[in-house]
Structure formats: structure tokens, C-alpha cells
Design a protein around this ligand. Structure first.
Ligand SMILES: NC(=O)c1ccc[n+]([C@@H]2O[C@H](COP(=O)([O-])OP(=O)(O)OC[C@H]3O[C@@H](n4cnc5c(N)ncnc54)[C@H](O)[C@@H]3O)[C@@H](O)[C@H]2O)c1
Length: 256
């Protein structure tokens, strides 16, 4: 039990196939109190998340669900307020919400660029700001931001330059939080995944997917459970002296 009684807010858990959901499931297995947040959250989705998690945990659990569009600062503030009203505190934030689009640079309109940055970068910023107010008061807390391999290699396998830039900004944001809030005992780390089997890969043709997998040293896609494992490490005291770090979960696709 690495997260016993810890209140963990997992943002971007809007599908049972997402990295966010798998993280919620693994954290629950480790004794965490789970809050799932997504722009898609509704009663039906929460019920399916709750029953799916319950199937993995022996004692009865109650999952809190909050609908939140992270691109709106007031929505992030309200989400944190709702969580505090029910749970009393927050110990960990995993931000796994995001969108991906793939277009050549010269075809990206201002509207598309704004949407990408509003969700992936500004959304992460607002979420962290809202949660850091709670963490600063209690002088503890851990933030795990899910960035992307695209931030490291210059776009990529799935995302275009606007996606890569948004995720690069997320890495810089994470390092800045680690530096500014480290003295308060607050940690912030990022994960750069690639080719994890989620709805984000659904747009790839079979041939393209095969070609990409051939170039991955481990010769397969990753599972959401494997991403959840990296999140568990960063959320828990197993990583107590790790902050400002970026962990690769990419099957060896990008070896520095
Ligand atoms: N799957 C991969 O191979 C891969 C690779 C690199 C990075 N990532 C990153 O991992 C994270 C999780 O992605 P995933 O693969 O689980 O895909 P996913 O599409 O299943 O999960 C993303 C979730 O974010 C939610 N979301 C989108 N906009 C939102 C908003 N404005 N407010 C709140 N929630 C919003 C979606 O509803 C969805 O549930 C994303 O940030 C993605 O960029 C994934």
C-alpha cells in the first residue's frame, strides 16, 4: 500500500482505456482515495469508473468524480474547492488530460494553436496553480504531469508541432514548480510517454502502427498499466528525493 488514505486527483480519466483511468485503478489498489476529473465526466461515466475500479479492490470504495474543463481557470479553482469539500485535502495531482492533433506547421491556424495551448499548456498551468495553493498551505504534495515524447524529439509519431510545443511547455512548467516549491517539500515531475495503447492511437492506420512498432526497441506498444506504474512511483514516497525529473515511458523509442 504505497498511497494509503492519500487523496489523489487524477485529471484526464474520461475513458476506461485512458492513462488517467489506469492510474486511478492502480492508485486505488494502493489504498488511495480517488478523485477522477475530466471534461467528459458525468454520472454514467463515474458509475462505470467506480464499478471497474471496485472490481480490483477488495474493500468498498467511493470514487469522487468532477466535471472540469481545465482550459478555464475558474473551473480548475471550482474543481479543487469541490474536492476539498468532500475529501478535506489533496495529496497528489496527476494531470493526464490532453488533446493531440497532427498537422504540418504551415497548416496550423491561430484557432487550432489556441485550442492546443489552452488545454495542454494553460490547462496544466491552471490546474497546478489551483492545487499548489493547497499544497503550499500544508507544505507537502506531489504533482505528476503527463507530457510526451513529442516534447523531446520535436513532434512526432502522433502529434504536430503545436502539440510538441504545448508538451515542451509542460516540461518547463514542471521544472519551474519543482524549483519554486521544493523548499516547501512539494515535488513536481513529468512523464514522457510514447505509443501507449489508448484512444489517442486510434487514428493511426494499421500500416503506420506496424511501421512505428518496428522502430521501438521493445517491439510493442505500451500499456496504460505500465504508465500507471510510473505515476505510482512519482506520486508515492518511493520517489521522495525525486523532483523536477522527466521519466521516459517509451519502450526505448527515444534513448538520450
Ligand atoms: N497514448 C499515448 O501514446 C500518449 C503519448 C504521449 C503523450 N500522451 C499524453 O498522455 C495523456 C493521456 O492521454 P491518453 O493516451 O490516456 O488519451 P485519452 O484521450 O484517453 O485521455 C485524455 C483525456 O483528457 C481529457 N480532456 C481533453 N480535454 C480536456 C479538458 N479541456 N479538460 C479536462 N479533460 C480534458 C479527455 O476527455 C480524455 O479523457 C495526454 O496528455 C496525452 O497527450 C499519450
Amino acid at each position: 500500500m504505497l498511497l494509503k488514505e492519500k487523496v489523489c486527483v487524477i485529471v484526464g480519466a474520461g475513458s476506461l482505456r485512458s492513462i488517467g483511468y489506469a492510474t486511478a485503478e492502480l492508485f486505488a489498489e494502493h489504498g488511495a482515495k480517488i478523485v477522477v476529473v475530466d471534461v467528459m465526466m458525468d454520472d454514467g461515466l463515474l458509475a462505470s469508473i467506480q464499478s471497474s475500479i471496485q472490481a480490483h479492490v477488495s474493500k468498498p470504495i467511493s470514487v469522487q468524480g468532477v466535471r472540469c474543463d481545465i482550459s478555464k481557470p475558474e473551473a480548475c479553482e471550482n474543481m479543487v474547492r469541490e474536492v476539498l469539500a468532500v475529501q478535506g485535502t489533496i495529496d497528489c495531482l496527476v494531470n493526464s488530460a490532453g488533446i493531440v492533433r497532427s498537422q504540418p506547421i504551415l497548416e496550423i491556424s491561430e484557432k487550432e494553436l489556441d485550442l492546443m495551448f489552452d488545454i495542454n499548456l494553460k490547462g496544466a498551468f491552471y490546474l497546478c496553480q489551483s492545487v499548489l495553493k493547497v499544497f503550499a498551505e500544508k507544505k507537502s504534495g506531489s504533482i505528476v504531469n503527463i507530457a510526451s515524447l513529442a516534447a523531446q524529439r520535436g513532434g512526432g509519431l502522433v502529434g504536430g508541432s503545436h502539440y510538441a510545443a504545448s508538451k515542451g511547455g509542460m516540461l518547463s512548467l514542471t521544472k519551474s514548480i519543482a524549483r519554486e516549491f521544493g523548499p516547501l517539500g512539494i515535488r513536481a515531475n513529468a512523464i514522457c510517454p510514447a505509443m501507449i495503447d489508448t484512444p489517442m492511437l486510434d487514428g493511426l492506420s494499421e500500416d503506420r502502427l506496424k511501421g512505428i512498432i518496428e522502430a521501438i526497441p521493445l517491439k510493442r506498444t505500451g500499456t496504460t498499466r505500465e504508465m500507471a506504474g510510473a505515476c505510482l512511483f512519482l506520486a508515492s514516497e518511493l520517489s521522495g528525493f525525486v523532483t523536477g525529473a522527466t521519466i521516459d515511458v517509451n519502450g526505448g523509442t527515444h534513448i538520450h
